[in-house]
Design a protein around this ligand. Structure first.
Ligand SMILES: [Zn+2]
Length: 429
């Protein structure tokens, strides 16, 4: 009576829907789960010689983790072991393996596919995904890591333009050496290498020095490296060193945004120094230069007439020596220089910048001008190609989102898998 009919077995198999398997039995358990026992449908081939199995050796029950099917399921595979009857084969017997549960696997393929899609496709946290599938955190993270390993080979791509940028993947920590009691600052940085045409992340390397990026470039085939025409970087001497070494014939462009940021920092330094010298204290809200400190950093073309008037008040009232206005003019002129459309215009703008720097006559402006001169070949590439690290920055924003949902990965390898996979999925979409 209790023995299921053939029709009932087929109905259970259809409902359970695990490709390559047939349901043998289903039973409710005290925990509220259901135990589903399955066996594989097709006779396997011997991994040694390929001969199709025909003589059964033994049967063992193996638990396999699976997705919930109409509620939580405990899946048991009645796994068979077969004799190999091929006389010349060194293997005497072998176990079954299927597409859904390959050798050594403890989970079904459909489970790992679904957890990877929850993490990568829907951007859910690994811990949250693990909880909803009632599996361990490790199972989910390992599935993501394995999926990242299966990504198409970077060397099979032929990027024309690269962008390299750094980001910090977790906050600064301090470690104390137990013997010397000395504290060491630890800043976990990663550098990302992005295809500027597609926006896809090609690589992530530890640190932000020349060896990390250098080793990554060195590992690429020669033809790959020769195919790269332009690389955009932020003004980092370490990146430039790695590029000169491994992409000596590639034009290097420096990012305009990062140079503007250097100019903005210069304005802030001079503002603080001028306040300290004229008032003998730090800036307060009663000081026009402090109250309008953000206006000082804003691009002049974005200022309303009212804002422009407020800046004039700052220059007239707050700094009778005229230093703040002089340094502001240097900053604005540098921004204009970076926007010029030809090398001819850029050369003229550079001469004018030199004149303004001389007029300002401040250590801060001279330092900025020296930086501009040191990076002049890269600025020329920027002006002619327009290659910026903006796409890398966009990726870094996506990385920050991953960081938020991931609530801080501690292991850089896990972090890397997730970033590469998310980027590859977004590029393909
Ligand atoms: Zn065999």
């Amino acid at each position: 009576m209790s023995k299921p009919t053939l029709a009932a077995i087929d109905a259970a198999t259809t409902i359970f829907n695990l490709p390559g398997y047939r349901v043998l039995d289903a039973a409710s358990m005290a925990s509220g789960r259901r135990r589903v026992t399955v066996e594989s449908v097709d006779p396997p081939g011997c991994p040694g010689c390929g001969a199709v199995a025909s003589r059964l050796k033994e049967r063992r029950l193996q638990r396999v983790r699976d997705i919930p099917v109409g509620g939580l399921v405990e899946l048991v595979w009645a796994k068979r072991r077969w004799f190999c009857d091929e006389a010349l084969c060194a293997r005497k017997s072998f176990s079954e393996a299927t597409v859904q549960v390959p050798r050594f696997a403890r989970s079904t393929r459909r489970l790992t596919d679904q957890v990877v899609s929850a993490v990568i496709g829907s951007g859910r946290a690994v811990s949250e995904t693990a909880a909803s599938f009632k599996v361990s955190w490790w199972l989910v993270q390992n599935a993501v890591n394995r999926a990242a390993l299966a990504l198409p080979d970077v060397d099979s791509l032929a990027p024309r333009m690269l962008g390299i940028d750094e980001h910090r993947y977790r906050s600064v920590r301090f470690f104390q050496n137990p013997t010397t009691k000395a504290w060491r600052r630890y800043e976990p940085w990663m550098s990302t290498i992005v295809d500027l045409d597609t926006g896809q992340i090609l690589g992530i390397v530890d640190g932000r020095d020349s060896t990390g990026v250098g080793d990554w470039l060195k590992a690429r085939p020669l033809a790959w490296r020769l195919g790269v025409q332009v690389v955009a970087i932020d003004p980092s001497a370490a990146f430039r060193k790695a590029l000169r070494m491994w992409l000596p014939r590639t034009a290097v462009s420096v990012d305009a945004f990062h140079l503007s940021m250097l100019a903005n920092n210069m304005v802030t330094e001079v503002r603080q120094r001028v306040t300290q010298e004229t008032r003998g204290r730090r800036g307060r809200s009663v000081d026009p230069s402090w109250a309008n400190r953000r206006l000082l950093l804003k691009g002049t073309e974005k200022l309303s007439d009212r804002a422009r008037n407020r800046l004039d008040v700052v220059f007239a009232v707050d700094d009778p020596t005229g230093r703040l206005e002089a340094v502001w003019k240097v900053k604005e002129h540098l921004r204009a220089l970076l926007r010029t459309g030809s090398l001819h215009d850029a050369e003229h703008a550079k001469a004018e910048l030199a004149r303004l720097v001389d007029l300002a006559d401040l250590p801060e402006t001279r330092r900025l001008y020296r930086t501009i001169c040191r990076w002049w070949p890269e600025i020329e590439v920027l002006i002619t190609t327009g290659a910026t690290t903006a796409k890398v920055e966009a990726n870094n924003t996506a990385i920050k989102h991953i960081k938020r949902t991931a609530r801080g990965y501690r292991n850089p390898d896990n972090y890397r898998s997730r970033i590469l996979l998310t980027s590859a999925t977004r590029t393909a979409a």
